[in-house]
Ligand binder design. Structure first.
Ligand code: ADP
Ligand code: ZN
Length: 219
């Protein structure tokens, strides 16, 4: 199954995808993680990318499309994937259409107030990328990753002055994708209106949707 998780920054795309990956045996591709790895590796490309990402702006389409296309060529993704953070513009969606057939797009609907609260309290593991939250998803030990013992940090783009900019970019550039995939009849909506809803509840909803699509495509 080839899936896209769509939704504003902080909607939970990464959190849900990483929980669904082992259950569905479908790998998770996060372009945010690809971007952060490139920055960490301090390559020339990484330096260019950083200038956009630290400010909450999108990396130019040409760059991100090339990175994604390179990833999708790996045999690991032949049978399926959960794409998180891509596409983010119509141009990227059109490029993806040429690379791969998509079976389902899950659109996560979350109000702005929740997003702002979530992102400003989000902590990320510097080693493995696992996501925590100071209010709702605390690590067992302060600032230490439960999974790998790595140090937790606040992402540059999770600072309050950058969060509003990311929401603006989402509304202007990414939101039109909802209509793009609705027209293709691939879109399913999931709603989360409460900050304290545990991830498992949403994961369960998404799982049911995926199964219903799987069953219809078989019959
Ligand atoms: P979020 O938590 O906002 O969903 P991500 O971790 O997905 O953030 O992405 C972090 C940053 O990486 C983005 O703000 C952007 O600069 C860059 N990035 C990731 N994916 C894309 C993409 N598909 N197109 C352009 N830029 C991207
Ligand atoms: Zn970790």
């Amino acid at each position: 199954m080839k899936m896209i998780f769509l939704g504003p920054p902080g909607a939970g795309k990464g959190t849900y995808a990483s929980r669904l990956t082992p259950i569905l045996e479908t790998p998770h591709i996060s372009t945010g993680n690809i971007v952060r790895d490139e920055i960490k590796a301090q390559t020339e490309l990484g330096k260019t990318i950083r200038e956009y990402s630290d400010k909450g702006e999108l990396v130019p389409d040409e760059i991100i499309i090339k990175l994604l296309a390179k990833t999708l060529r790996k045999p690991d993704y032949e049978r399926g994937f959960i794409l998180d953070g891509f596409p983010r513009t119509i141009k990227q969606a059109e490029a993806l259409d040429k690379i791969s057939k998509i079976d389902l797009v899950i659109n996560l609907n979350v109000p702005d107030e929740i997003i702002i609260k979530r992102l400003s309290n989000r902590l990320t593991c510097e080693k493995c990328g696992t996501i925590y939250n100071k209010l709702t998803l605390k690590p067992k030990k302060d600032n230490i990753c439960d999974e790998c013992g790595g140090q937790l940090y606040q992402r540059e783009d999770d600072k309050p002055e950058v969060i509003q900019e990311r929401l603006n970019v989402y509304k202007k550039k990414t939101e039109p994708l909802i209509e793009y995939y609705r027209k293709k009849d691939l879109l399913k909506n999931v709603h989360c209106n409460d900050l304290m809803t545990p991830p498992e509840v949403i994961v369960e909803k998404i799982k049911l949707m995926i199964n219903s699509v799987k069953n219809t495509s078989r019959s």
